[in-house]
Design a protein around this ligand. Structure first.
Ligand code: ATP
Ligand code: MG
Length: 135
């Protein structure tokens, strides 16, 4: 899974800061504490690789940083914006305009071409990439 964060229009330092992030699934005896106080910082232009065994919470962390999923507690800041404090509309804006995801299982619409899949996103993006270049 690859998560790309686009620099904001403001030109300030792009960075990611994750503080004491907690996320669990389920409840009671079947409660699965996946993120137990995760911390992470990444400077503008830095490339981070998250390594760990299957099920250790890599995708869970990426989904929360990318605004796809919500944490139980803790904070994520991206380029000065507190992602964990966003309401649903703000999270959609952030996800749409600042985040690129290459999912483990692609998540393409299966009955249309790859170019058409890109076109769908280009149509709702403020500053879409050139589709031929992307391909
Ligand atoms: N939506 C969900 N509901 C319940 N449990 C979940 C959910 N998503 C993830 N989990 C559980 O959380 C844990 C972490 O999953 P996650 O997908 O983040 O791991 P991963 O490190 O990305 O694994 P992989 O290397 O296989 O991609 C696993 O035990 C998984 O079963
Ligand atoms: Mg994963």
């Amino acid at each position: 899974m690859i998560l790309l964060l686009k620099e904001g229009m403001g030109g300030s330092n792009m960075f990611i800061r994750v503080e004491n992030l907690r996320k669990s699934y389920g409840a009671g005896e079947s409660k699965n504490e996946v993120l137990r106080g995760t911390n992470l910082t990444l400077g503008k232009g830095q490339i981070g690789v998250i390594l760990g065994p299957s099920g250790s919470g890599k995708s869970t962390l990426m989904n929360i940083i990318g605004g796809v999923d919500r944490a139980d507690s803790g904070s994520v800041y991206v380029n000065g914006q507190e992602i964990t404090a966003c309401d649903d509309d703000e999270l959609t804006e952030y996800h749409r305009n600042s985040v690129g995801f290459i999912f483990q299982f692609y998540n393409l619409v299966p009955n249309i071409t790859v170019a058409k899949n890109n076109e769908i996103i280009a149509n709702i993006s403020k500053s879409p990439l050139d589709i031929d270049a992307v391909l």
